[in-house]
Design a binder for this molecule. Sequence first.
Ligand SMILES: [Zn+2]
Length: 365
Amino acid sequence: MASNSTLDVPHSTSSVTVSIIDATIKMTFPIRPFFNPVVGGVEQLETIAYSFLIEHANGQKLLFDLGARVDFESNAPALVRRLKSFGFNSPSIEKDVATILDEGGMDLRDINAVIWSHHHWDHVGDVSKFPSTTELVVGPGVPKLWPGYPVNQESFVLESDYKGRPTREIDFNNASELGGFRAFDYFGDGSFYLLDTPGHTIGHMSALARTSVSPPSFIFMGGDTCHHAGVFRPSEFVPLPETIIPSPIAPLNATKKLNFCPGEMFLSIHPNHSPTEPFYKIVVDKDGKSLPYIDVDSAYETIAKIQKIDKSENVLVIMAHDASLRDILSYWPTSANTWQADGWKSKGTWRFLADFVSQKVEARY
Ligand SMILES: [Zn+2]
């Protein structure tokens, strides 16, 4: 990987503290409606979801995404019906993010804002558990989805998530540009940006947090721009190495002697045997429609920009559902800011490949 950042981020002396919260969702999703082709015979993938706590030195605290409501059936009825019509089974959700924070000693009155990457059930959580002073921040166009259920019986969102609290719709019209994305400088000091990353839904946003100042490092929170790392890796910027170190299929604590694996092992199951193309493409039907993306062209443009960002050694890319990072990351109350020293990127970049040889997943279906 290149040592220079390809991200053109203006200099800043301000950073934020980022903590990752495991939103305790466990669910499986079928490959075929989302990605093409099936790789390694794996038809379904197990996935999870992350939420992020962002703390600024000025005392402000934000949450980027909230995972899901603990009771799946309490989502908007039209949404529950639609997901079940696809054969989607109720996920297991142990605790919602509000409960995790509360039990960890966080006073929810200290959360200034909840930011939704987008309005889907596995990201919006249960905002009603936060005090009415907690602002809801959404991407462009999302308030057009109001009113939610029950005012609109067919809505996929819930009125209780936004009613009675300040809601801010981010305006990217006069925004600067970062990594090719329109970027909203949230605190005005270069420590935390919201990025306009279209394709998946209306108003989908990602976030870029500065986790250190000198030298600069960042965490890119990709939301649902990609539902699996195989949608954006490998790429011409992050090619599949001839020797993968550490091995994605070895235990994380494997000895150095054993901890490598030939890239050929995965090149052989790559649909085009290409070290520079992602494993998965987006499934598009004959009418040009896709289940995971409302706009496939924009989705591919967004993915192409993320591939460039992914090249930067000082940017850690975390998609909301990247289960391959689960055992590498540390979670709140531990901060994620030391990710570079802790080697999360080098340990995590190719770990998703283990999904393609996972006997555990294969055996279950
Ligand atoms: Zn999602």
